[in-house]
Ligand binder design. Structure first.
Ligand code: KG4
Ligand code: ZN
Length: 336
């Protein structure tokens, strides 16, 4: 299966075999194109996808060793995401399918993240999924391909957004997640700042991160215009602790709900760009151990956006006969 991902600021192509072997996976980050603007500029992203995708698809096909002749289908992210980029990926996939007579599979980007643990670890349904990325923060009971029961979601910002905005407030730049993580690792006094733990103790499984971002702003203001690196490091550590406490509290609630729905469920899975954060992985791993669940987190390169996860979702869908017509319209908004 050829997979194509163009929904945000990574242009990616990959070929994945039916048994989950990743035969090739190439990812081109547009970071340098967007960094001067402090965030992703949709128009620039769409043009860059158009410019690079053909070459990346060729590289993925060449490296895979199967080439066009060995494909059984083409899967592309068809939403949610920045529509200009999504259209580039979808049209490319449709063109290949039309010329070669291959089935086309329109993949929901979130489903790509959600099924990655089956590609990497063969996790069986049902499992509890914490999906944490730049645009999404959800707890889902994953019951099968295309069968997701939402247990909780964010009422304001996504957690990746909180990382990105807080990093900007602290003058760390873009993208915020990895830069915040690096800053926190240099903290000398991680207990120095006390930040609120969003939603802690609430009976539902929802999230909220805009208050935390505001708290970071207030502390940053007390530190003056350009805070010293050691202050930024301590504040970044406090931010990690508050996010970790909140995720553990929310996931703890969701585990109770998940168990009531699926007494046979065995795993807590984390996915999405924020799942690349080592501190948060360790916190969630400890929670899983405490509650008797297996903890599954994809390798770092398969947490952030990539096309192997899209190809794999295509494999799972094609196996069930879930293909899409060539007039399938891209969906900028597409809840799971
Ligand atoms: O899944 P993803 O690559 O794209 C979306 O679908 O949104 O996630 C990107 C998000 C960004 O907000 C980025 O700052 C965050 O994931 N992220 C991280 C880390 N690496 C990426 N957040 C925390 N720690 C990281 N190491
Ligand atoms: Zn993503």
């Amino acid at each position: 299966m050829l997979g194509i991902e163009t929904s945000c600021d990574e242009t990616a192509a990959a070929v994945v075999a039916g048994d989950g072997t990743i035969l090739s996976s190439v990812v081109l980050s547009q970071l340098d194109d967007h960094a001067p603007y402090g965030g992703v500029v949709p128009e620039i992203a769409a043009r860059a996808h158009l410019h690079h995708l053909d070459g990346l698809v060729r590289r993925a096909l060449d490296q895979s060793g199967v080439g066009l002749d060995g494909l059984d289908g083409v899967a592309a992210t068809a939403g949610p995401g920045l529509i200009g980029g999504v259209m580039v990926g979808v049209m490319t996939a449709k063109a290949i399918c039309a010329v070669r007579g291959l089935p086309f599979i329109a993949v929901n980007h979130l489903e790509g993240h959600a099924l990655t643990a089956r590609l990497t670890d063969g996790v069986a349904f049902p499992y509890l999924l914490l999906l944490v990325s730049g645009g999404h923060c959800q707890l889902l009971a994953v019951e099968g391909v295309g069968r997701y029961r939402r247990l909780g979601t964010t009422i304001d910002d996504a957690v990746g957004e909180a990382f990105d905005k807080s990093a900007k407030l602290l003058g760390l730049g873009y993208p915020g997640g990895p830069l915040m993580e690096k800053a926190a690792q240099a903290a000398r006094d991680p207990g120095r700042f006390d930040l609120p733990v969003p939603m802690k103790g609430r009976p539902d499984c929802d999230f909220s991160f805009s208050g935390l971002k505001t708290a970071v702003r207030r502390h940053a203001e007390t530190l003056g215009g350009a805070p010293a690196p050691e202050d930024v490091a301590d504040l970044a550590a406090a931010f990690h602790r508050a996010v970790g406490d909140s995720l553990v509290d929310r996931c703890g609630r969701a585990i109770g709900r998940f168990r009531a729905l699926h007494p046979d469920g065995r795993a807590l899975v984390v996915a999405g760009g924020v799942a690349a954060n080592r501190y948060l992985r360790a916190r969630l791993s400890a929670l899983a151990a405490d509650t008797g669940l297996d903890f599954v987190a994809p390798p770092l390169g398969l947490c952030t956006d990539n096309a192997a996860m899209i190809a794999w979702a295509g494999v799972e869908r094609l196996r069930l006969g879930l293909t899409d017509p060539l007039d399938f319209a891209p969906r900028p908004r597409w809840p799971l």
